[in-house]
Design a protein around this ligand. Structure first.
Ligand code: SF4
Ligand code: SF4
Length: 402
């Protein structure tokens, strides 16, 4: 596994420039006791061939099956006649997965299986407090692994049930009651946009967040038309201050990136720890979810003179750790991109991208590509576009400056 992992990293780093060979003399299986299974199978005369099957056809005379394949060890085509062929099918999530995910607000991975909160630090937890994973709902698993996961999940649940009170993350949303429009006119946008059903907006009253249900994605904060919601530790003034600091010097030669914590920021982190090089022009701002990226943040970045703006999120449709924050961001940002295009901004200056925690190479490649595009556009053109845009942005952000 170690050799395999390193070979993938090398291949990603040098792309097609190097040929990598992993030489092994024997097949090895992982997990306790599996090697013994393999040994016993060999003793029983079962032959293992590493290969790819191209077709299976019935022989009319004998009714046997003829398998055509490539022996990958010898690099030669082979044909085998068999009475029975058992296909090992790929596993897919069960039919009810969709409905359970919807009812419990549990997120799913790109393969459709339920997704853990963190692959290393919280492998049994889901993003929803109090809901844990065990067994093949998370991906294909054998019985011993499923049983040990079940014991672990029960122990995790016991840590909650044994406590008289439970502490939650402080990064939650708060409504500023006297600013909420819902007091005077029917609004309730936040209620509709919250992926966890954590907000109630009764007409005539300010919207209310149920703190224990809030997961701190910040989507409601970005969607509220009255700026009546704030997210603790990710408030608008805090993020505006970061935008200003990031673009303090030579803003027209900077890429300002809003990166979601769980995927894109982790992808950037991987690029760093794997030493994938990219130009030092990026200024990254971390948000918990791309759903928190308010259109005002992008407007302010260009008002401050940014050369490029990047909003990077988890892959669609399932990868978002907050169920659908990335989908909400997509709708909001694509509308903004259309507006910028009409206002004469070069389209490459505003990018919406999807990068997972494992895509360090993609992240480094993207920043390289954006930096090259920025150089091709040239400082003068960027400055001229920004100057043209500034009065409009000033007007659009006038409410924020108050
Ligand atoms: S979106 Fe904003 S203004 Fe509308 S109900 Fe929610 S908090 Fe109030
Ligand atoms: S949208 Fe996100 S931040 Fe807002 S209340 Fe729902 S979970 Fe909390």
């Amino acid at each position: 596994m170690y050799a395999l992992k390193n070979s993938i990293l090398l291949k990603e780093k040098y792309h097609e420039d190097v040929e990598i060979y992993i030489l092994y003399t024997d097949m090895r299986t992982h997990f306790k006791g599996y090697e013994e299974f393999y040994g016993r199978a060999r003793e029983h005369g079962i032959n293992f061939i590493r290969g790819r099957v191209s077709q299976i056809v019935e022989i009319p005379k004998t009714k046997n099956l003829l398998i055509s394949a490539e022996d990958m060890m010898l690099g030669e085509p082979i044909e085998l006649e068999a009475e029975l062929v058992v296909l090992s099918t790929a596993a897919i999530p069960s039919k009810g997965t969709d409905e359970v995910a919807r009812i419990l607000s549990v997120t799913r991975g790109a393969d459709g299986f339920f997704m853990e909160s963190h692959p290393k630090l919280k492998p049994l937890d889901t993003a929803v407090d109090g809901i844990f994973l065990a067994g093949a709902c998370q991906g294909p698993k054998d019985i011993p692994y499923s049983v040990s996961q079940g014991s672990g999940a029960a122990a995790r649940a016991a840590t909650i049930l044994s406590q008289p009170t439970w502490k939650i993350e402080p990064i939650i949303a708060e409504v500023i009651p006297n600013v909420c429009r819902n007091i005077k006119v029917k609004c309730g946008i936040c209620e509709k946009k919250c992926p966890y059903g954590a907000i109630k907006a009764v007409v005539g009253q300010p919207a209310q967040v149920t703190a224990a249900m809030c997961h701190g994605c910040g989507t409601c904060v970005a969607e509220c038309p009255a700026d009546a919601i704030t997210q603790m530790h990710f408030t608008d003034p805090q993020i505006f201050a970061q935008i200003k600091a990031g673009l303090d010097e030579n803003p027209e030669s900077k890429i300002l990136g809003f990166l979601c914590n769980w995927c894109s920021y982790a992808g950037a982190d991987l690029a760093g720890t794997s030493r994938f090089e990219y130009p030092p022009t990026l200024r990254a701002i971390r948000v918990m979810c791309s759903g928190r990226v308010d259109r005002d943040f992008v407007l302010e970045a260009f008002r401050q003179g940014a050369g490029m703006v990047l909003v990077a999120a988890c892959h669609l449709p399932y990868d978002c750790h907050y169920i659908s924050g990335n989908e909400k961001m997509k709708v909001r940002m694509e509308a903004l991109a259309k507006m910028f295009e009409k206002l004469g901004l070069s389209p490459e200056r505003f990018r919406i991208e999807y990068i997972s925690a494992a895509e360090g190479v993609k992240f480094a490649g993207l920043i390289k590509e954006m930096a090259e595009q920025m150089e091709t556009l040239g400082t003068e053109k960027i400055k001229a576009e920004n100057e043209k845009l500034r009065p409009i942005l000033d007007k659009m952000l006038s409410k924020k400056k108050k």
